[in-house]
Write a protein that binds this ligand. Sequence first.
Ligand SMILES: *Cc1c(COP(=O)(O)O)cnc(C)c1O
Length: 230
Amino acid sequence: MSIASNLEALRLETEAKGVQLVAVSKTKSNSEIMEAYEAGQRIFGENHVQELIEKAELLPKDIQWHMIGHLQTNKVKYIAPFISLIASIDSLKLLKEVNKHAIKANRNIDCLLQIYIADEDTKFGLDHAELIELLRDEEFLELKNIRICGLMGIASNTDNEKVIKAEFYELKMLFDGVKASFYRKDDYFNILSMGMSSDYKLAIEEGSTMVRIGSTIFGKRVIKHYKNND
Ligand SMILES: *Cc1c(COP(=O)(O)O)cnc(C)c1O
């Protein structure tokens, strides 16, 4: 299967349901990304700042780059001028830094709050209490150059569909609750980012509006460490 045909098949599954498809291109070369681009894909997700900025510099300017990996505050400045969405906000401190550099870049930056839903210690994200605390924080309410567009979550890495379904269900309930309590009148709060190659079908069933898919499009990631060989 080619990248183009993989994408086409995924589009059939997502577009009809109004689900946005983020092509996760981490570790993939610029020529592989261009194959997806030429097949019409414009939204790409990366999880390392260095890799992201190197790719963004060389690849077409109409690509919308999403930062989907853990973001350190000291790296925000490198992506603030151009990033289309930061999907992995997990603290007020990080959000304040994003706001600061958004002001410097004279723009607004769209963000998702990452919620911890997996039954694992290794995943980043806010728990429910931290989420509510953040949304009520006076410092948060003063941040004018960021826009919270929704929530993001990563389910447990397990074959147990029941567990994954329950985690997605929980995130959807949380999304609906936050929407009703904090963003009822704000149309921009409409992204529920959940689902990757192994679980995107379940995620869509449970109400995902944005799936982040890498290996189903580009094939397995064999290279662990990024090196751009183009
Ligand atoms: C790598 C990654 C994905 C995509 O993973 P696949 O299993 O290759 O689809 C999605 N979300 C995040 C946060 C990732 O780091």
